[in-house]
Design a protein around this ligand. Structure first.
Ligand SMILES: *[C@@H]1O[C@H](CO)[C@@H](O)[C@H](O)[C@H]1NC(C)=O
Ligand SMILES: *[C@@H]1O[C@H](CO)[C@@H](O)[C@H](O)[C@H]1NC(C)=O
Ligand SMILES: *[C@@H]1O[C@H](CO)[C@@H](O)[C@H](O)[C@H]1NC(C)=O
Length: 420
């Protein structure tokens, strides 16, 4: 750099707002800008950089505005433009659109932004997540002291410095979900598993984390192009140093709070975790019967919790009679469905629901049940892929002890089975 001042002008060259960082160029200089620009355009020169006397103008035209910086001629132009575009990007994140109206509505925040991203003409942190913590949280009034921002010192743009927690804790959630789709002939059209590792980080300072994963998934990361036996499409959060993924370890400085560390898909065939079979019989013109059998096809040491089976029924039914081997079933007329809830459903077990309805309108034999059965479930302490967090090491210079909690869950995604 160095950048002396920044001006936001409307299309007529009227100054909407400005911030003078160094006081080394006169305010009146900006008046030269638009005439100079017009003059250059007439000459067919569309350079975003204009010179006048001993100052230069670098500008970006955006939504009818000129975002213009003024600097002495020795400035680092590439950095100035990077800064201008970054400013536009951040302001757009805050206000959705950076335009005349949003500027008029947000003077105070914009001034804070301009102060925060520039200090005496030197660019400071420009990561919008950090800025949001500065500007929208308690530390609304900012100390002007020349504190060196995290970006400059650690190149960690996703984590501000000075974070403090009384209890240093780390929560890891490995969540896998299944999309299943079975058509009315019982053919499995879709049976897909995707997974992610989510973290909630309550750690002070600038911790370095070392996460140990089971090797299968690391193989998938390493074998560029090659298909792994189990995993594909493995993606990591930007904080992970991909170059340092080796020896079954993943290294990173985490953002503060909640974020998704990684995601993946499984590419192996599996049996449907929860198998659903159904039968609909219209016993007479005035009676219809539904039978649903649900089998848990995972190992007996795991248990599905809060299994909920939503069985669509005809519109014109009443007086249900239920028979279930477990759980509670009820008729929900608004949804035209029977909802069957089973709190605990151990692996390897089976349950049956039988519902008999009266048909309120006499009618011939027809099946109008086009909607599929929907299943919700949650299996704790279980992953289909077998992905495991082997260990998590927290290294921080103040050497505190951090507690790590790991939770595994497998749950339904879009889990739909057509009635037969
Ligand atoms: C179900 O899917 C199978 C395999 O794609 C297909 O052969 C069958 O016709 C489908 N049944 C219905 C009712 O669509
Ligand atoms: C499961 O279905 C949801 C909703 O359609 C979709 O967003 C998700 O990507 C699917 N997952 C897989 C593994 O295909
Ligand atoms: C990944 O590949 C690199 C370079 O070939 C190797 O050093 C590293 O051990 C591999 N990591 C894993 C987990 O296989």
């Amino acid at each position: 750099m160095v950048l002396s001042a920044i001006f936001i002008l409307d299309s007529n060259g009227i100054v909407l707002m400005s911030r003078d960082y160094r006081g080394d160029v006169g305010k009146e200089q900006i008046e030269e800008f638009l005439p100079l620009l017009n003059q250059q355009e007439e000459l067919g020169n569309s350079s975003p950089l204009l010179h006048h006397d001993k100052v230069s103008f670098a500008y970006v035209k955006h939504e009818g505005l000129y975002i213009t910086s003024v600097m002495k001629n020795n400035a680092n132009i590439a950095l100035v433009f990077t800064f201008l575009y970054k400013f536009i990007q951040i302001a757009t994140q805050y206000f959705n659109k950076l335009e005349e109206e949003s500027i008029r509505d947000n003077f105070v925040i914009l001034y804070e932004l301009l102060d925060e991203i520039m200090d005496f003409g030197y660019p400071q942190t420009t990561d919008s997540k950090i800025l949001q913590t500065y500007i929208f949280q308690e530390s609304y009034k900012l100390k002007k002291a020349p504190t060196i921002p995290a970006v400059v010192t650690n190149v960690v743009s996703w984590r501000p410095e000075g974070i403090k927690y009384r209890r240093n804790e780390l929560f890891i959630d490995v969540i896998e979900s299944v999309n299943l789709s079975v058509n009315s002939s019982g053919a499995i059209l879709r049976n897909e598993v995707s997974g992610c590792v989510k973290m909630k980080v309550h750690l002070s300072g600038m911790p370095q984390l070392r996460l140990g994963l089971s090797d299968k998934i690391l193989l998938a990361i390493n074998s560029s192009g090659q298909e792994s036996a189990t995993f594909e499409d493995v993606k990591f959060h930007q904080c992970v140093q991909l170059s340092r993924i080796c020896d079954k370890n993943v290294y990173f400085i985490p953002p503060d709070g909640d974020f998704e560390l990684m995601s993946y898909r499984m590419n192996t065939e599996i049996k449907p975790l929860i198998l659903v079979r159904s039968k609909v019989v219209q016993a007479s013109t005035s009676r219809i019967e539904y039978t649903v059998k649900v089998s848990a096809q995972f190992k007996a040491s795991s248990t599905a919790n809060n299994v909920e089976v939503t069985l669509p029924v005809c519109q014109d039914v009443d007086s249900p009679v239920f028979k279930a081997t477990a759980g509670m079933a009820s008729y929900v007329p608004e949804k035209a469905a029977v909802v069957w809830k089973i709190k605990y459903f151990p692996g390897g077990s089976e349950n049956l629901l039988h519902v008999c309805f009266k048909l309120s309108t006499i009618r011939g034999e027809e099946k109008d049940d086009k909607k599929p059965i929907q299943v919700k479930f949650m299996i704790p302490y279980f992953t289909i892929s077998g992905l495991q967090i082997k260990y998590m090491k927290v290294i921080e210079k103040s050497n505190y002890k951090a507690l790590t909690w790991v939770r595994y869950t497998t749950q339904n995604g879009e889990y739909l089975v057509c009635l037969i």
